[in-house]
Design a protein around this ligand. Structure first.
Ligand SMILES: [Mn+2]
Length: 316
């Protein structure tokens, strides 16, 4: 291994491409040491944080999720994902845009602020990977993506929870936003897949559900085959709630549920989904206060890289 004398690639890197070595323990912690910038010239994919935790039903703390994922990502930032032939960063110019800012003193404005933030990025061309934040952030993110790419989108949703619990007009939280998204026609449940669920919801709203017991019973290959078949070549928004993983692999989250996926299963499933027509993505619900040894944040950073790898290999 060669370590260049200079570090802090978040600010010193000249090319937006490639993977470089710098001491993993030091320096400005942009996501995966990508350039920390708001200049989107020549950028293919933007990573941004959405540090919100005011729509959670149980333990708060996901406002610190983006920062924790960035820190953990430095551990894996010196190499391409294991067993990939092509480094996603050789194909894609990826930058860390920093976080979405909103006024926590005007909570009624937060959703619109997140939507405007996402819109301002994707309307300039790049795709967006958002790091939550509680899962509510997927609501304004979906609205922005549906406006850009047309509705309804297909949703690829990894979670312990359906997040389609019935709600009322005018309210919304991190367990109901996909109910609203279906009611508003932003997503088409018949061409969407939910993976890893293990909490009761009598009304599936027409989603295809591969719940956690089904995953464990049928295995990784079956999950991949079924998911590819359902999604086809439709435009897909991917939303990954870290609590899809079992609490033993992801304790650092607000609403953990036992019986979930292993980090291996999640990585292997994402790797098998290369070829889907991914147009937008988020990874949410990392709450570092309940984490242990950064395992949740590291899992999140690793899964985020697998998601970027899918985007790098999307059909032309
Ligand atoms: Mn969840």
């Amino acid at each position: 291994m060669t370590v260049k004398k200079e570090g802090d690639f978040a600010i010193t890197r000249e090319s937006l491409y490639g993977t470089e070595n710098e001491p993993t323990y030091a320096g400005i912690t942009s996501f995966m040491r990508r350039k920390y910038t708001r200049d989107l010239t020549g950028v293919d994919l933007v990573v941004t944080g959405v540090p919100l935790d005011s729509a959670t039903t149980n333990r708060p703390g996901t406002r610190l999720g983006p920062r924790a994922i960035r820190v953990a990502s430095t551990i894996i930032s010196w190499m391409r994902p294991y067993n990939t032939v092509m480094d996603p960063f050789d194909k894609l110019a990826v930058v860390d845009y920093g976080d979405c800012f909103f006024d926590f003193g005007r909570p009624e404005t937060i959703s619109d602020s997140i939507e405007a933030h996402a819109t301002s990025i994707i309307n300039r061309g790049p795709a967006l990977l958002s790091l939550g934040g509680d899962h509510f952030v997927a609501w304004p993110l979906l609205k922005a993506h549906a406006k850009r790419h047309g509705k309804p989108l297909s949703l690829l949703h990894f979670d312990a929870h359906s997040d389609t619990w019935e709600d009322e007009e005018g309210r919304n939280d991190h367990g109901t936003m996909f109910w609203h998204a279906v009611k508003e026609g932003l997503i088409d449940p018949a061409s969407s897949v939910q993976i890893g669920l293990r909490t009761n919801n009598e009304d599936a709203l027409g989603f295809n559900i591969l719940d956690a017991p089904w995953v464990h019973e049928n295995g990784i290959r079956a999950v991949i085959d079924k998911t590819l078949e359902i999604l086809g070549d439709r435009p897909v928004y991917l939303s990954f709630d870290i609590d899809c993983l079992d609490p033993s692999y992801a304790p650092g989250t607000g609403t953990p549920v036992c019986g979930g996926l292993t980090s291996h299963q999640a990585i292997a499933i994402l790797r098998g989904l290369i070829g889907i027509n991914l147009i937008g993505m988020d990874l949410v619900e990392v709450a570092p206060a309940y984490d242990s040894g950064e395992i949740t944040a590291l899992a999140a950073a690793t899964l985020a890289m697998e998601i970027i790898n899918i985007y790098a290999n999307r059909p032309e």
